[in-house]
Design a protein around this ligand. Structure first.
Ligand code: KG4
Ligand code: ZN
Length: 374
């Protein structure tokens, strides 16, 4: 497996954190990124690392079995590198956390079992973290300086998830809507593929769109103006596919004129941003007490989308916040922080006997399925 490694360390602490700091080590393996992070009890990031699996690009998407094996290969080295960067040893870690769902089950089992194994060997507690909860709590990380207070509204847009959630307090989330077909990132990836771009397609599509006109083609805005906050992208995807067929009936995408492809990319991106803004607008009318509008997940990297949501927030007189890109895409800092939020709320979780699960709705507060039942 070829990996592109990014191991980041915050400026190394001059001395080891004092025992009162209680470092927590977290592992994230729910899709194709293997990630580990160590945070102090107050949320200070002591070190973090992400290994992005690149083999899937050749195959045009994430292959779950390959991803799970790659996590297993990567974890031992990644964990020791991150510990080294934080100037800590395993014995200094007071709590372990791992993503136990939702996601690809093979990877979830590998990562959470690894974290549980460390917790058991060191007689420390293990906190089972919901991946979606981690994405939506990340903007509260103190070092980001957003000073976000409950309740706030999060548009979670990634390759696997597309939801609009009112974050009422730690552990209490109201899902106002979600996608009824593809996730936003999935739609970006599929349209990018139709345009002959690489995988993951979102960043490549955004780049190509800078050369195009966003009003070149009148694409549909699915569910725009409808009640509620659900999303749908399959009609938009089909419209793009038909449009491309008019230029390239043979299906050989190499033949697409560059200007045409750029105009399609820009028009598609505009349509997604318009729909998102409309859904956020509806969400804010449903939760008028929201103190801020937040966007999270990999697609939050998209500048057109960010600007559209920023405008909605401004119209409602509330702040808009998007975490830095490395904390929008999958990472372990968010997993550690979600576990710490529970500790700060006075919980003392030890969930070592809970199973990894591919589906885990936010409404289910704790991963209630014991290991031996699943
Ligand atoms: O959150 P993430 O890293 O992983 C999942 O949990 O899915 O999100 C990955 C998704 C991919 O679909 C990728 O194409 C999309 O985020 N993405 C973007 C951009 N950067 C990443 N989509 C649109 N524009 C971008 N700049
Ligand atoms: Zn994610």
């Amino acid at each position: 497996m070829t990996d592109s490694a990014i191991i980041r360390a915050m400026p190394a602490p001059a001395t080891r954190p004092s025992t009162s700091v209680r470092p927590l080590l977290a592992i994230e393996t729910s899709c194709d990124d293997t990630a580990c992070a160590i945070l102090a009890y107050d949320g200070t990031i002591l070190a973090e690392g992400v290994l992005s699996q690149t083999d899937h690009a050749i195959l045009g998407g994430v292959v779950p079995e390959i991803a799970a094996r790659a996590h297993l290969d990567a974890l031992p080295t990644l964990v020791s590198e991150v510990l080294k960067k934080a100037s800590l040893t395993l014995a200094d870690i007071d709590i372990f956390a791992g993503t136990t769902g939702p996601g690809l089950i093979g990877g979830l089992i590998v990562g959470s079992s690894y974290a549980k194994g460390l917790a058991m060997a060191l007689h420390r507690p293990f906190v089972a973290v919901n991946h979606i909860e981690a994405h939506i709590l990340t903007p509260r990380l103190p070092s980001l300086g957003a000073d976000l207070h409950f309740p706030y509204l999060t548009m979670l847009v990634s390759g696997g998830h597309c939801q609009c959630v009112s974050v009422e307090e730690t552990g209490r989330y109201v899902r106002l809507g979600g996608t009824i077909d593809d996730a936003a990132g999935e739609a970006f990836d599929k349209v990018a593929k139709m345009l002959g771009l690489g995988w993951p397609g979102g960043p490549a599509l955004e780049k190509l769109a800078t050369e195009g006109q966003d009003d070149a083609y009148a694409l549909p805005r699915p569910l725009k103006g409808r009640e509620g906050c659900d999303f749908s992208f399959s009609g938009l995807k089909t419209a793009v596919s038909r449009l491309i067929d008019t230029q390239d009936p043979t299906g050989s995408r190499d033949a697409l004129p560059r200007q045409f492809a750029a105009d399609v990319a820009a028009s598609f991106q505009r349509a997604v941003a318009d729909v998102m803004a409309d859904r956020a607008e509806h969400a804010l009318t449903l939760s008028p007490n929201a103190t801020a509008l937040v966007v999270a997940g990999g697609v939050a990297a998209n500048k057109t989308l960010r600007h559209a949501l920023e405008q909605v927030a401004a119209d409602h007189g509330i702040p808009f916040f998007a975490p830095p890109l490395r904390l929008c895409t999958d990472n372990a800092v968010m997993v550690a922080w979600a576990a710490l939020e529970r500790l700060h709320a006075g919980e003392t979780p030890n969930e070592i006997d809970t199973a990894a699960r591919p589906r885990w709705p936010l409404s289910e507060r704790t991963p209630a399925i014991p290991e031996h039942v699943s």
